[in-house]
Design a protein around this ligand. Structure first.
Ligand SMILES: Cc1cc2nc3c(=O)[nH]c(=O)nc-3n(C[C@H](O)[C@H](O)[C@H](O)COP(=O)(O)OP(=O)(O)OC[C@H]3O[C@@H](n4cnc5c(N)ncnc54)[C@H](O)[C@@H]3O)c2cc1C
Length: 400
């Protein structure tokens, strides 16, 4: 079967078939817009397909909590909304605080609760009641969000894309965009790799780590660096029992979640400047055995039973990271161009709500208030996103 014919014009062209592009395409198509989504490879072949796909609401800034809260609620209704499953599994979420970090921890819990997230503060003994395998000896308190979980990232992007198709969007895989066409500072369409063009006066550029390069064709420079992210898969040992809750260990620099019925996915929580690469693609998507071993040793300090787990490899993907580790969602450059980039380790869980808000922005031309903190000009204006409740203070930036 060949690549389907590409329409010559569209109301809106969306570039990129990751969770973000497919979500925007879905929300725009649902509003009745005539949308063409172009994906150079296949749906979810970028960072989305390598995502840990954790859906949590525990953010340190109000803008993050709100986007994550509303996105999680969409994940629980994904099938009703799109007509397709995303395999969201509610597991619950735990993250502990040491004595000296209790003031910052209390501030974080208060921030979450003020935004309607039913986060609970548990004592260490209460945490052990709900997660008996967890070593809580250094924890003075544990945050519990009962509703967090994870989804299947490929099913999610495919679900958004199929949902968009149901609303008459045209989704084309295997056709890349060469550049954006603009005349007198207005978008006129996109040029396709291999020849051809699509005329359109609105283009959404959501091509993940490839976005800065495509944006340059419209004279737009974006402050993005690329960071390699790695996850390992461990087979849970005999006697492990029920799937664990998602756990963030800010002291051991790991996050973990169940992977299906038998495995556990483990990754590093904080960005490490030594993992910065030139991008936009990784040459190698597998991980060294030493990295898998390092992750296993770290997670076994928190879940001692996992010292007996069997490593089963893992994979690497690329994060697109802005100076404040929050995305840029804005109109940029020629009129009619919109960018959604710089998601670090947050893009999957935020994709439903960002897709909805960006769809509203593109449809109306007016930036929704909720996106104002994520405007492109914030760095030049000296107003980057800063945590409202940094926890624990002074540590590296959170990734997943
Ligand atoms: C290891 C790892 C773990 C992660 N874990 C989590 C997590 O637990 N929770 C969470 O919320 N987030 C997580 N993330 C982050 C999240 O996965 C990303 O932020 C998100 O997938 C980004 O989606 P996107 O649609 O912006 O980009 P992508 O998924 O990269 O999609 C961009 C698409 O654009 C296409 N494209 C590129 N150039 C062109 C072109 N010229 N023409 C047409 N198409 C083009 C690409 O092929 C690609 O499919 C993780 C990321 C990594 C790497």
């Amino acid at each position: 079967m060949g690549v389907p014919p590409v329409p010559r014009r569209a109301d809106v062209v969306v570039i990129g078939g990751g969770c973000m592009g497919t979500s925007v395409a879905f929300h725009l198509a649902r509003r009745g817009h005539d949308v063409v989504l172009l994906e150079k490879g296949h749906i979810a072949s970028g960072a989305t397909g390598h995502s840990g796909a954790i859906v949590r609401r525990h953010y340190e800034s109000r803008v993050g909590v709100r986007l994550a809260r509303d996105s999680l609620s969409f994940f629980t209704r994904f099938q009703e909304e799109t007509g397709f499953p995303c395999d969201f599994r509610r597991t619950g979420f735990l993250s502990g605080a040491r004595e000296r970090d209790l003031p910052a921890f209390e501030a974080l819990v208060a921030l979450l609760r003020s935004e309607g997230v039913p986060a609970e503060r548990l004592g260490p003994e209460e945490a052990v009641e709900i997660e008996p395998r967890l070593d809580v000896r250094d924890y003075a308190a544990v945050l519990h969000d009962p509703d967090a979980g994870y989804a299947d990232p490929i099913a999610t992007a495919v679900g958004f894309a199929e949902g968009a198709r149901r609303h008459r969007a045209v989704v084309v895989e295997g056709r890349g965009v060469q550049g954006i066409e603009a005349v007198r500072r207005r978008v006129r369409g996109v040029r396709l790799r291999g020849g051809g063009r699509i005329a359109s006066d609105r283009v959404v550029l959501s091509a993940g780590t490839w976005t800065p390069r495509i944006a340059r064709s419209a004279g737009v420079r974006l402050p993005i660096r690329f960071v390699r992210g790695e996850v390992a898969i461990l087979r849970r040992p005999p006697g492990f029992g029920a799937p664990p809750k998602i756990h963030f260990d800010v002291y051991g620099n790991t996050y973990s979640r169940p992977e299906g019925e038998k495995d556990l996915l483990v990754g590093f929580m904080n960005s490490d400047p030594r993992r910065t690469v030139s991008g936009p693609e990784l040459r190698e998507n597998s991980i060294p055995t030493a990295t898998a071993r390092d992750l296993q040793e770290r997670i076994a300090r928190r879940f001692p039973i996992l010292a007996r787990a069997q490593p089963r490899g893992g994979w690497a993907g690329l994060y697109d990271v802005t100076p404040d580790a929050y995305p840029i969602i804005d109109a940029a450059g020629p009129e009619g161009l919109y960018v959604a980039v710089g998601f670090s380790g947050h893009g999957f869980k935020l994709s439903p709500e960002i897709g909805r808000l960006l769809g509203e922005f593109v449809a109306s031309g007016k930036r929704p208030e909720a996106l104002s903190p994520l405007r492109a000009s914030r760095y030049r204006e000296g107003e980057p996103v800063v945590p409202d409740a940094p926890f624990p203070k002074g540590r590296g930036r959170r990734l997943p």
